[in-house]
Design a protein around this ligand. Structure first.
Ligand SMILES: Cc1cc2nc3c(=O)[nH]c(=O)nc-3n(C[C@H](O)[C@H](O)[C@H](O)COP(=O)(O)OP(=O)(O)OC[C@H]3O[C@@H](n4cnc5c(N)ncnc54)[C@H](O)[C@@H]3O)c2cc1C
Length: 417
């Protein structure tokens, strides 16, 4: 910032205050002391982020009932903590507090599995570890009320079978999603509209309906991740200066979830493929088959790669759970971006011993070239195709004891479909 603020051409000017639109080219900055300053801008980028969503009738004081904004200000570990919401952030905090071992953690999960957007095999592994670390997960639980009673948190849950329970804990963390931080912006003065469903700012490739106003990061409401916010910011600036014609791609966004063990994701998961009615091949390899994982005594985890159910085997997505998961997905992310076949990884010489050798073995299994036979080691290896919701093993053992593999259909996939 210092570099940009100095020099012969002052490229950057920083002003602390609350920005709001007067019209599409005029911004008001309200300072902390109440003073106002008006500035003119040929272009504006809205990058005001998001804020934690709150529950009606549940007052958040950020001391006893907190959100992710207040929880970092605690000066000691609570004896007990209830976390409302079993999405990524809720599960990450459940992992953190249970790992410290000083807090009894309760996690309220509206669905029957935590991380409801992920495939069940991922959710179940994380869930099992949380429970082994002493976390109590209230599955399929509806939160009826949560309030402060005698300086503690009291909450009431109801279940499908009519059961109800009331529990008391020291603190509560609400992690039930985030909402756009745009309420004070007076976007209407500039004519900036929200998307059709009203959930986020209606931008196309970072540009709003007003040509000189852009929206990036969490405020754009697309994917709330630091790396996406940065990419969108770069995209907006390059478009403003007329250098960018290729739209941003959201197909191969890599994410990491700080859980036990670490989870990394890129592209589609099985659930999403099924929802889209895609015909797919899936391969799954347990970390207990990877030499490096065995040597590290970190055999809990698996790689799962999903490709199109055809000769090309274009990569659709990957899930990795276990040691080095977030580093392992990059090669596959590149193949998704470039719409290439997973076969490219089969001949790549992987470092040995390494966790990523497991990916190469997955590819070989898909190509029926692996010494690992999914029909034999059924607990550790899986390779199957799924068409119209029906899944069939790619490899079976015939009555004569011979290996049989199924053949390919033609199913080239276009992410824009
Ligand atoms: C608990 C938690 C864990 C996370 N973990 C990860 C992770 O591991 N990896 C990852 O990639 N992402 C993670 N995220 C998401 C990530 O933090 C966000 O996607 C990212 O910070 C969004 O950046 P942003 O610049 O869009 O918004 P922000 O970082 O929210 O910045 C917005 C800024 O705008 C300011 N502002 C708002 N309104 C106005 C206004 N009217 N005038 C002037 N200024 C204004 C705000 O004060 C703020 O400084 C996590 C989020 C949470 C809550």
């Amino acid at each position: 910032m210092k570099l940009l603020e100095t020099g012969s051409k002052k490229l950057f000017h920083y002003e602390r205050g609350l920005g709001s639109f007067i019209d599409e080219k005029t911004i008001k900055i309200t300072k902390n002391n109440g003073k106002e300053k008006i500035i003119n801008a040929d272009y504006t980028i809205i990058a005001t982020g998001s804020k934690p969503r709150k529950l009606p009738n549940t007052p958040v004081d950020e001391k006893i009932i907190m959100t992710s904004e207040g929880i970092h200000h605690m000066d000691d570990f609570p004896k007990s903590l209830v976390i409302v919401g079993a999405g990524v952030i809720g599960c990450e905090y459940a992992t953190i507090f249970s790992n410290f071992g000083k807090t009894k953690v309760y996690l309220i999960d509206r669905a029957d599995h935590i991380l409801p957007f992920e495939d069940d095999d991922i959710s179940e592994m994380v869930e099992g570890n949380l429970e082994r670390h002493g976390v109590t997960i209230h599955h399929k639980a509806q939160l009826e009320r949560l309030n402060i009673v005698d300086g503690e948190v009291e909450y009431e849950l109801s279940y499908e079978d009519g059961r109800r329970e009331v529990l008391r804990v020291e603190k509560a963390l609400l992690s039930i999603g985030r909402e756009l931080n745009i309420s004070g912006l007076n976007m209407e003065n500039a004519g900036v509209q929200k998307s059709k469903r009203g959930r986020h700012i209606g931008d196309v490739d970072t540009q709003t309906n007003i040509p000189n106003i852009y929206a990036v990061g969490d405020a754009s409401g697309k994917i709330a991740l630091v790396n996406m916010g940065e990419l969108e910011g770069r995209q907006a600036v390059e478009k403003i200066f007329g250098n960018k014609t290729t739209p941003l791609s959201y197909d191969n966004v890599s994410t990491i979830m700080f859980l036990e063990p670490e989870v990394a994701a890129v592209g589609l998961n099985e659930k999403q493929c099924t929802e889209r009615g895609l015909s797919i091949k899936v391969v799954k390899l347990d970390f207990s088959c990877i030499a490096r994982a065995i040597a590290m005594r970190k055999t809990q985890g698996f790689f799962k790669i999903i490709v199109t159910n055809d000769e090309k085997m274009q990569v659709l997505g990957m899930r990795a759970i276990g040691e080095h998961a977030s580093s392992a997905i990059q090669a596959v992310a590149l193949l998704i971006k470039t719409r290439q076949s997973i076969k490219l990884l089969a001949d790549l010489v992987h470092p040995h011993p390494s966790i990523i050798e497991g990916i190469q073995e997955c590819v070989r299994m898909l190509m029926n070239e692996s010494v690992f036979k999914s029909s034999v080691f059924k607990d550790n290896l899986k390779a199957y195709s799924c068409v119209d919701g029906k899944c069939t093993p790619l490899q079976q053992i015939s009555k004569e004891g011979l290996l049989e593999s199924s053949c390919d259909a033609d199913n080239t996939f276009d992410f824009t479909e």
